[in-house]
Every structure is written in structure tokens, then in C-alpha cells.
Design a protein around this ligand. Structure first.
Ligand code: SF4
Length: 312
């Protein structure tokens, strides 16, 4: 049996590039004229452009390119399924292996933070209209950033004590550290967006605004809707409740000693990792197909297994 890895709940599972390895990786890029990687990015992050900037040691330019269309660039570098998107489209797939685009994006944003680079700017001239966003999850954060860049005054109402929504409460920190989410949120704040926390927005709160964006998220688990018998029994959690409770209580959260996780996606693996890191002895991942067919990122799956979780 291979050695079981010990790690802290908040420790990041995957290491990023150093300056040297980032430059080496960027040097493998073919600088494709048609940039299939950029066409494969649904967020319009333009990997071909930011990789070119890294290659020519213009790291600030790389971070600006990432932030321009994607204010959550640091978060996306950790949780975006780039192996099925930009990396799958990369021309180097036909030669040896794709450029590690996600890790290069992570490197650029880490440098932005390290050197306190200012990569986004709100216009000095403001528009008169005031806009409210309900919820401080990724949809509202992205919406607020775009509106602020267009000169609007934006206020975000959030019922929780922190911004980020599912990024802050629904993903295990070994995959998405809170510091990464907070740094992305700081970019939104830097554009002048105001936040009102611990406030469930009512109609009267929204009355003074000219327009309202509702990004309330999908916090209602659908176990009942799927006819999952026993969903209400003690010890049965939906993934979102399990992850949120763990993120809120951290080491005071007791996941139980024997845990079965049903599913093979990223969220299921987050639950298995969380259970293991918070003290469960026996964690089993129950998935209907093989590990190779599981939709979860394979590195995350291997991380869960390295912690001692078992697939069955
Ligand atoms: S497709 Fe791959 S090799 Fe071509 S520009 Fe994009 S990252 Fe570079």
C-alpha cells in the first residue's frame, strides 16, 4: 500500500510555477497565429496573448490581459476545467503535451499579488445610474466589475459575512485557497464597488437603485428532487451543505469517521478530500464508472487517493 499523505485542511494541494519554470513553460508555446487555446476559453481570457507576455517577461501585461475579461482570473486558474477547454485545444497536444495554461495563469496572478500590480482601472468619470447586485458570488462579482469598469456605481448585497459565494463556502481550500478568492475580490473592491454584508436585500433596500442584478446562486440542494431516499436522515449531507459547514467551522467540523461520497465530479472529490483532511478514517468514493471516466480533474482525484480515500 502506498504511503498516505498528511496535509492541513487549508494547505493547497498543487504547487504553482516558480519564475524559472513559468518561463520554461511559456517558451514551449508555439505562439500560434490562430490561437486555438484562446478560442477554447469561454471566459475570453486570451491565453495566447498572456502566455506571449510571460514569454517576453512582461508579467504585468499578462496579468492585465487575464483581468481584462476575467476579474476572477486567480480563482479560474485554480478551478477552471482548463484540461477540457484551452489546454485540450492547444496545438502542442499534437506534438507532445499541451501548455500548462492554468498554471501559467496562476503564476501571472501570483506575481500581480506579490508585486502589488494595479491591473484594473475604473474610469474617473462616473455615470449617474446606480446598480445593485444581489449576492456576492462569482456571477455578481463579475457583473459588478464590468459595470464599474463602464463607470457605474455598484453596490453588492450579501447575506453572509463574506463575499465569494460558492468560491468562499463551497470549494475545499486545498483546491481554492481563501487568499486567492480574497485577492480577486480585492480587484472588484479596487474598482470602487461597495459591499453590504450580513444583509438579505429586500425590495425596499433595492428601491433607490436604477437597475438590479440577481446572482443569488444555487444553494438549495436537489437530493429530494432526485428522489434520493433517506436524504433527510441524520448524517446525510448534500455536497454544498457539507462543504459549507466544513469551510465555516474548519477543524471544529466533524465529518464522521466513516464517510461515503457518491459521485465522481470535482465537488464529490472536494467532499472526499474535506472528510479526509478533517479526520475521517474511512472515506470511500462511490462512482458508477471508472476513475478514468470520472469528470473530476484527475490530479484532484489522485490527491484524494493520496490522502487515503478509496475509490470503489
Ligand atoms: S494553442 Fe498552445 S501552443 Fe498555441 S498559442 Fe495557445 S498555448 Fe501556445
Amino acid at each position: 500500500m502506498s504511503k498516505v499523505v498528511k496535509a492541513k485542511y487549508t494547505a493547497e494541494a498543487v504547487q504553482g510555477f516558480t519564475h524559472r519554470t513559468a518561463l520554461e513553460e511559456a517558451a514551449r508555446c508555439l505562439l500560434c497565429h490562430d490561437a486555438p487555446c484562446s478560442k477554447g476559453c469561454p471566459a475570453g481570457t486570451d491565453p495566447a496573448k498572456f502566455i506571449r507576455s510571460i514569454r517576453f517577461r512582461n508579467v504585468k501585461g499578462a496579468a492585465e490581459t487575464i483581468r481584462e475579461n476575467n476579474v476572477l482570473g486567480g480563482t479560474c486558474a485554480r478551478v477552471c476545467p482548463y484540461d477540457n477547454l484551452c489546454e485540450e485545444a492547444c496545438s502542442r497536444c499534437g506534438i507532445d503535451k499541451p501548455i500548462e495554461i492554468g498554471k501559467l495563469q496562476r503564476y501571472a496572478i501570483e506575481q500581480e499579488k506579490l508585486f502589488k500590480m494595479k491591473t484594473l482601472q475604473a474610469p474617473a468619470e462616473k455615470k449617474a445610474a446606480k446598480i445593485a447586485c444581489v449576492g456576492a458570488g462569482p456571477a455578481s462579482l463579475a457583473c459588478a466589475a464590468e459595470l464599474a469598469k463602464a463607470g457605474y456605481k455598484v453596490t453588492i448585497f450579501e447575506r453572509e459575512a463574506k463575499a465569494g459565494g460558492v468560491l468562499t463556502y463551497g470549494i475545499t481550500p486545498s483546491r481554492l485557497p481563501q487568499a486567492v478568492v480574497d485577492h480577486d475580490i480585492a480587484q472588484v473592491k479596487g474598482l470602487g464597488v461597495k459591499f453590504v454584508f450580513n444583509k438579505e436585500a429586500k425590495a425596499e433596500d433595492l428601491q433607490p437603485f436604477d437597475a438590479v442584478f440577481v446572482g443569488a446562486g444555487l444553494w438549495k440542494p436537489s437530493l429530494d428532487a432526485h428522489g434520493f431516499k433517506g436524504a433527510n436522515l441524520k448524517g446525510v449531507y448534500s455536497a454544498i451543505d457539507f462543504l459549507k459547514e466544513a469551510r465555516t467551522k474548519k477543524k471544529d467540523f466533524d465529518p464522521g469517521n466513516r464517510v461515503v461520497v457518491v459521485g465522481g465530479g470535482d465537488v464529490a472529490i472536494d467532499c472526499a478530500v474535506t472528510a479526509k483532511l478533517l479526520g475521517a478514517d474511512d472515506v470511500r468514493i462511490l462512482y458508477r464508472r471508472s476513475i478514468e471516466e470520472a469528470p473530476a480533474n484527475i490530479n484532484e482525484f489522485h490527491y484524494a487517493l493520496s490522502l487515503g480515500a478509496e475509490d470503489c
